[in-house]
Structure formats: C-alpha cells, structure tokens
Design a protein around this ligand. Sequence first.
Ligand code: S3P
Length: 255
Amino acid sequence: MTLDNLRVEIDNVDKQLVTLFQKRMQIAKSICEYKKKNNLPIYNGTREDELLLERTNLLADGSLAPFAERLFSNLMEISRDYQTNLSLSKNIVLIGVMGCGKTKKGTLLSKRLNIPFFDVDYEVEQSKKMTIPEIFAKYGEEEFRRLESEKIKELSQNTRCIISTGGGVVLNPNNMKVLKEHGIIIFLNRDIEAIAGDIDTTTRPLLANGTDALFKIYNERLALYQKWCDIEISGNTTIVEAVENILCELQRSPL
Ligand code: S3P
C-alpha cells in the first residue's frame, strides 16, 4: 500500500472520529442538563478511573493500552470542561498575593473552559495608558485603588468570564462583595518564600524596596483571602496542575 493510500484511509477514520466526537459531546450535553436539574456534580473521580480501565480492557492490541489511556483520559477531561462551560452561570475570580500566578493560571483556565479572560491590572493600565508603577508614581496608591475598584465594578457586570485580580483587591470589602455577588472566588495560596524567590519586583511598586515587604503583605492579607474565597487551591504546583485542581474542585460540587 502506498503512503497516499494510507493517508486516505486515516482521513476516513478521522471523519468517523469527528462524527463520533460530536455524538459523544451531544450526549455529554444531555448528561450535563440532567445533572444540573438534579443538582449532581460533573466530576466523579472513581467513576472516571473505572471507565478508563473498562475502555483499555476492550483493546485487542494490549500494547496500545498506555496510548488509549491518554486518549480516554483526555476525552473525559474535555467532556468535563465542556459541561462546566455549559453549566457555568457566574464568573471565576482569582485572588491571592502578587506572584502566586493568577494571570498565567487564569489564562490557561480561560482556554480550557473557552470563556473570556480579564486581568484587572491590565485593564487599569489600558484605561490610563500607563503601567502600574507609573500610576503609583504619578497619582499614588489611593488613586490606583480607586481605578482598581472602578474596573472591578465594570468587569463584574460580565458573566461567565475569568477575572484575575491584583493582590490588593481584598483590602476593600466592596470590591469583594461585587466580585462575590457575580462570581466564584478562588484563592491561589502559594508559598511566600517561593514567591520571594522568583517575583519580578520591577513591575510591583509595593516591592520597590525589595521582597521583605512581601512577607508583611502576605501576613496581613492571608485571613482576608481565606475569608472571601469559596475555594482555596495550592499555588505550589505547576500551572497545568493548579488549573486541573481548580477545575476538579469546581466540578466536584453542583455549579
Ligand atoms: C498589588 C498587586 C499588584 C498590583 C499593584 C498592587 C498589591 O497586582 O495590583 O501593584 O497590593 O498586592 P499582582 O497581584 O497581579 O501583582
């Protein structure tokens, strides 16, 4: 058989896979509707493990097992993300001390759920056409906090988006009330020593004199992050793992 012929064959298999994928997602949608109606969670880890084993046991060629495991585990993950997208009625808000990875983790989360991503600091910068350190230097922290609150009110009018906040968002209870009214609050709690080791201080005016201030800031705010959050996630993992943990937590209880 020629390479061209083999390619035609694989194209045909893929066409069937596309049809089957659509069919599978359609069923996932119906499952999602049933679960929502009956207040059931999207994620059931034990069932996923059982299904994975069942699927790989169907293989005639056992050497494919590790590859099939990856395929079905990705398929189940995609199905869960799709159902989360369909069920979500609120925003997902990331809070935590600067350097805990809110922006990077939020960006990946928005990709997995296929919903928009907004970064409060970035929006403030865009509205003033200035960087955060420039705003602090020219207008002071108080004016920055006012701009920050203004943006939070504006962004909270959205539904079904990811909002990454600046570390100081919890200092103003009104910020948190607005965000909580329209969103699920996720606290990314990363080791402060690890943050001090890799944070870019040049973009953080509160750390203009070095990372010592970071420890004080963290100790002052920890109780606030914990008070306002619905879910606390460890920030001491890779970005991919943290996002998977956020999604599993969201999918473990009815949305
Ligand atoms: C601040 C955190 C920053 C930024 C500003 C003030 C804070 O955001 O909003 O420099 O008070 O902790 P990141 O947490 O994204 O660095």
